[in-house]
Design a protein around this ligand. Structure first.
Ligand code: ATP
Ligand code: MG
Length: 397
């Protein structure tokens, strides 16, 4: 097995020595180069494409985020681990958004170091079993509320912002709209994928899902014939989710508005349900019903996030009324902008390509930012929590 070549970028000699020591006990990595700052290291990283770069966030050049991003944009082999002694969660999130994959708080503890390196090894050799993938499903028990518009635009924004692989999956099973919204003619559909998923490796999904233009978004459409959808079983759906989790960092699912076996399987497999609603009295009642059902299904309260679509400040019923009726905070509000969304749907283009400065394009983009930031924060909090040498509570307040 080829050893994982690793660069250390840290101006502190002791830190470099510590990492060298830890590494000498791991047989599958080798430290191939050391630098004081990322600016000096940049051209060598681009030329040699090491597997791993361990870089200190307090890099003396002060340009660490820009350089991580530059490397990630030119080649996607190298994986970055960022380390830091004094830091705030915002700068770690910035590094993650630039493309860093892991974070190790200093002083680095051996066990943490080994776990992180092992995780990267599994990513390089394709044997990763546990992933950090988040499955986010757009749901509503009412039709025509905006699920597909949010799913497509959110998925694309997540792919652009996080630079990670994102899957958009149409689980309407019948009469899905995702392919139409993006104006694509997929070569394979969900029915083909679930029949062929057994025993396949990660590259199977990457080659069968349709990559959207040059982005990191991969689309899986519903089957063209209703009979094919009927034959898909809940077991196959769960298996598909297992495979998606191994290949993608985010999976955005568009659903139908009918509560039946397949929808429940989808919701069971979901990390976050975005319950989409508008603010009027019947919609609020429907939302209440949904929340009741989710409670009976045993879902944690935090699993469901309320997303108000077509929001207008001067509506008779306010978002606050909705919050009071549901006893739950509204997670996000998407403004009403019929003109832009209709133009986007009719042209088969995401709203950011119709008018990136429109209020609705901004809202989808900010939703993607908030969601991914929260997910990064949870990841960072977990890592810091495991380090007994750090008072993590202070850092995540
Ligand atoms: N933010 C918005 N502002 C104005 N109109 C919107 C907005 N979002 C969606 N719409 C309108 O709502 C319609 C339905 O949207 P969409 O198809 O995304 O809903 P859906 O919940 O997926 O519907 P279905 O139940 O048919 O799958 C769109 O055709 C568009 O006209
Ligand atoms: Mg739809």
């Amino acid at each position: 097995m080829e050893k994982l070549s690793t660069f250390i970028i840290d101006s502190d000699n002791n830190s470099r020595e510590l990492i060298r020591n830890y590494s000498s006990e791991i047989d599958f990595i080798e430290i191939t180069d050391c630098f004081n700052n990322i600016e000096d290291a940049y051209s060598t990283i681009v030329r040699e494409q090491p597997h791993i770069v361990i870089v200190d966030l307090n890099d003396v050049s002060g340009k660490v985020f820009n350089y991580i991003e530059k490397v990630i944009n030119t080649q996607n082999k190298t994986k970055f681990i960022v380390t830091a002694l004094s830091y705030d969660t915002d700068s770690i999130i910035k590094a993650m958004r630039a493309g860093a994959r892991e974070f190790l708080p200093k002083p680095i503890i051996k066990d943490d170091f080994e776990k992180t390196i092992n995780k990267l090894k599994e990513q390089f050799y394709g044997t990763e079993k546990t992933t950090n993938c988040k499955i986010i499903t757009l749901f509503s028990n009412k039709g025509g509320i905006g699920k597909t518009s949010i799913a497509t635009n959110l998925a694309l924004e997540l792919a652009n912002i996080t630079k990670e692989k994102v899957a958009l999956v149409d689980m309407n099973f019948q009469l899905g709209d995702v392919a139409t919204f993006l104006d694509i003619k997929p070569s394979f559909d969900i029915s083909y994928v679930v029949q062929n998923i057994d025993g396949t490796d990660d590259s199977f999904l990457l080659s069968t899902l349709d990559r959207y233009k040059d982005t990191n978004l991969y689309v899986l459409a519903d089957p063209p014939y209703m009979e094919q959808a009927k034959d898909i079983t809940p077991e196959q759906i769960s298996k598909l989710f297992d495979a998606l989790r191994k290949t993608f960092s985010y999976v955005i699912v568009d659903t139908s508005n009918v509560f039946y076996g397949k929808t429940i399987t989808v919701l069971d497999n979901t990390d976050f349900i975005m319950l989409v609603t508008i603010v009027n009295i019947p919609a609020i009642r429907n939302c209440q019903r949904c929340l009741d059902i989710f409670e009976r299904l045993g879902y944690d309260k935090d699993k469901t996030k309320i997303v108000v679509n077509r929001y207008m400040e001067n509506d008779e019923v306010k978002a606050e009324d909705l919050e009071e009726a549901l006893n739950k905070k509204v997670y996000w509000k998407i403004p009403n902008n019929y003109f832009t969304i209709m133009s986007s749907i009719n042209k088969g283009l995401p709203v950011s390509l119709i008018n990136e400065n429109s209020n609705i394009a901004q809202s989808y983009r900010e939703l993607a930012t908030v969601l991914s930031d929260n997910i990064y924060k949870q990841k960072v909090a977990k890592r810091i929590q495991r380090n007994p040498l750090i008072d993590y509570k202070k850092l995540i307040e």
